[in-house]
Ligand binder design. Sequence first.
Ligand code: FPP
Length: 247
Amino acid sequence: MLTPDIAIIPEHVAIIMDGNGRWANKRGLARTMGHSKGVEAVKETVRAAGELGIRYLTLFAFSSENWNRPEAEVSDLLGLLRRFIRRDLAELHRENVRIKVIGERDKLRGDILPLLLEAEETTRNNTSLTLVIAFNYGSRDEIARATVRIAQKINAGLMDPSAITADTISDHLDTAGIPDPDLIIRTSGEERLSNFLLWQAAYSEFVFLPDYWPDFNRDLFIEALKIYASRDRRFGGLSARPAAVMG
Ligand code: FPP
C-alpha cells in the first residue's frame, strides 16, 4: 500500500459516522442496510488508521440518545456491534489494536456490557492503534458523571475544591489518559457536534465531509487528513508557521 504524502498525521482522530439512513434511503433500501454497510466502512477506517500511524481513533457508535429510535433499529445497531466484537475481536487483537469503550455503562443490560469489557480486557496490553468505541455515550452525561466522582472525593475528604483545575475534570472523564482529539470528522454534510466530546474538542480541528458514512473509505480519510494538515493550529496563541506559508 502506497504511503500518502501527508505533512502532519494527527495523534487522535474522532469520527461522527453519520448518514447510514440517508445512504440506504437514496438506494431504496432499508435503513438496516445502511448500518451494515457502515460496519464495512468502520473496518476499512480502523485498518487505514493503523497503517497511517494514527495512535487513537474514536468512533461514535451509539449515542445515549440513540435509544429513542424505533426498537427494531436499536436492536439492529446492537446486533451489529455484537457481531463486530464477536467476529472481529480476534483480528483486531492480532493487529495489536487496543480497544477502549467510553460512555455510560451502569445501566446497560444483557450481553453488551460483558462483551465490551471482554474486548477491553483481551486487548488491554496492545500497543498499536487505540480504538475508542463511544457506546451509550453523551458528552453532557459524561461531564455530569465526572462531576459526581469529583464531588464524592471531596465529600470523602480526598480532594480540596479549591484544587480543582481543568486537568482534574479531564482526569475524571471517560477519556482520562487519552489525548484530546486533534481532528474530528463528521460525514453526511451535517455540521454539528451532537453531544460528542464537548470538553475534549476545545482545540480540535473539524472536517465536515458531504459523503454518507457507508461511502467513507481510505481515500476520503486521506482527503480529511490532508485538509487537517493544511490547517494552522494556534491553541489561542500565535501561529508557529512562517509568514510565507500563511499566505
Ligand atoms: C448514523 O447514521 C450512524 C449511527 C447512528 C450509528 C453508527 C453505527 C455504525 C456505523 C455501525 C456499528 C458500529 C460499530 C463500531 C461496529 P444515521 O442512522 O443517523 O443516518 P441518517 O442521519 O442518514 O438517518
